[in-house]
Design a protein around this ligand. Structure first.
Ligand code: SIN
Length: 478
């Protein structure tokens, strides 16, 4: 493959055949290469190896696990340019965004390497003289992770980092659109000395088959999933049979609100970042814009000018800011959403043109109303619908009027309003005068049908730990 210096990252590639999967470049449609797919028996065997490896990994002192993880972090960063190129080739995002994602993804490994040393228990003042009460933290056991194509490295490291740090072994099923990044980062883990069976990748032609095996297998103790609410609900139901520990990072429908006292220029820059990162294919992307009546005519023309200036194209070309949608079906869904909104009365104020291949022109829609289908559903594309408001209370009700509760954004300079709105928004994360909120340092996750569990921050480690209570009796009996 062109211009990947470290060929060891491509060790998974094979000749085409029946038991292989073709990986395509969404910008050109060209096949990048073929990788072998696992049989069901091979997936089950991988779980058995993971189960065996778990005990040894768990017994390793946290400090030794941290040293291995730090080595992995360093290799990820040393290979940042190659990994970013690979990501742009198979996922489509602009190279600058891929570079940023490799650093973002690697940061989870570094953060959790350190955080694993702080899996602290407690001592509890006892209720009788002869007892001592303590808690210890222990790994949940073998973890299965199902990760999406939109952040093909960071969504893996955000799960593998805390799992490994906690002392769990982990098996990852990446999206079938972006397996090369998954295999590449796991190859670097091997080179850093993380044992093969502690961190594995499996791929199958049918993601449902892997989901079935993961959710029903008694040796999988935890499932961590990032993807749609529909699939997450289905996996959750399947996990009920073996009562698995689960974390679900599901869909979003983020409101982006600009109040009349906002810094307009800051809000425009935040809106462009929050909407168009990864071409709008991000769970926390701004999905609907609520602009106060009195500043509507200041905000909207500036925002439209910013949208019109965005350069669309192959992410490997310099200055491109919007790459392709992940595949033709994804593009079709976005275009169909725009057409439906037009039928319901929305007007195109920018973009809306028909581009070749998997590309979608960044688009702004005005005359949009709360009841349109568009406003209720996650768009996952570079389309920005704009609504007006003039009443804070009604606005909060509209912003919360969704089954989702992942992220919300708002712009205001009034401290009283800032606290009131931040507390009233029914979301797991709120950006206040900021359009990009993701970092390994803070807990990422949603409420309502956006799921549960947190990734990143000290909360992220807890997802992979169980608390065990120890009660010591007979103290002082000599
Ligand atoms: C996501 O789309 O779920 C991840 C986005 C992020 O980590 O910022």
């Amino acid at each position: 493959m062109n211009n990947i210096n470290n060929q060891s990252l491509l060790g998974v590639l094979c000749e085409p055949g029946e038991q292989t999967l073709a990986v395509a470049n969404p910008a050109t449609g060209a096949v990048l290469g073929y990788i072998p797919v696992c049989s069901e028996a091979e997936i089950t065997a991988a779980i058995a190896r993971s189960h065996l490896a778990q005990g040894t990994w768990q017994r390793l002192p946290a400090k030794e696990r941290a040293q291995l993880m730090q080595g992995w972090y360093e290799l990820l960063m040393a290979n940042q340019a190659d990994l970013a190129r690979l990501m742009t080739l198979e996922q489509g995002k602009p190279l600058a965004e891929s570079m940023a994602e490799v650093a973002y993804g690697a940061a989870f490994i570094q953060w959790f390497a350190e955080e694993g040393k702080r899996a602290l228990g407690t001592t509890i003042p006892a209720h009788t003289q002869d007892r001592r009460l303590v808690t210890i933290k222990q790994p949940v056991g073998v973890v299965a992770a199902i990760t999406p194509w939109n952040f093909p490295i960071a969504m893996i490291t955000r799960k593998a980092g805390p799992a490994l740090a906690a002392g769990c072994s982990i098996i990852i099923k990446p999206a079938n659109q972006t397996p090369l990044c998954a295999y590449a980062v796991v190859e670097l883990a091997r080179q850093a000395g993380i044992p093969d069976d502690v961190l594995q990748v499996v791929i199958h032609h049918s993601p449902e088959v892997v989901g079935d095996i993961f959710t029903h297998h008694p040796d999988i103790k935890k499932l961590s999933f990032t993807g749609s609410t529909k699939v997450g609900g289905h996996l959750l139901a399947q996990c009920a049979g073996t009562v698995k520990n689960t974390s679900m990072e599901l869909g979003g429908n983020a409101p982006f609100i600009v109040f009349d006292d906002a810094d307009i220029e800051l809000a425009v820059q935040g809106a462009l970042a929050a909407k168009f990162r990864n071409g709008g294919q991000t769970c926390v992307c701004a999905n609907r814009f609520y602009i106060h009546d009195t500043i509507y005519d200041q905000f909207v023309p500036r925002f439209i000018a910013g949208v019109k200036a965005l350069k669309v194209g192959n992410g490997l070309e310099p200055d491109v800011q919007i790459g392709p949608m992940i595949d033709a079906a994804a593009k079709e869904r976005v275009i169909a959403g725009v057409r439906q909104a037009q039928k319901q009365g929305a007007v195109i104020a920018a973009g809306g043109g028909d581009l070749a291949g998997c590309f979608v022109e960044p688009t702004v829609l005005v005359d949009v109303h709360q009841t349109m289908d568009f406003i209720q559903n996650e768009l996952f594309g570079p389309v920005a619908p704009i609504l007006r408001f003039n009443n804070d209370e009604l606005l909060i009700a509209q912003a919360n009027d969704t089954i989702y509760g992942l992220a919300a954004f708002f712009y205001s300079r009034d401290i009283n309003r800032i606290w009131t709105v931040a507390e009233a928004l029914d979301y797991g994360m709120v950006g206040i005068n900021e359009g990009i909120i993701s970092t390994e340092l803070a807990p990422f996750g949603g409420v309502k049908q956006s799921g549960f569990g947190r990734e990143g921050g000290c909360e992220g480690l807890d997802e992979y730990l169980e608390t065990k209570y120890l009660c010591f009796g007979g103290i002082g009996r000599g």
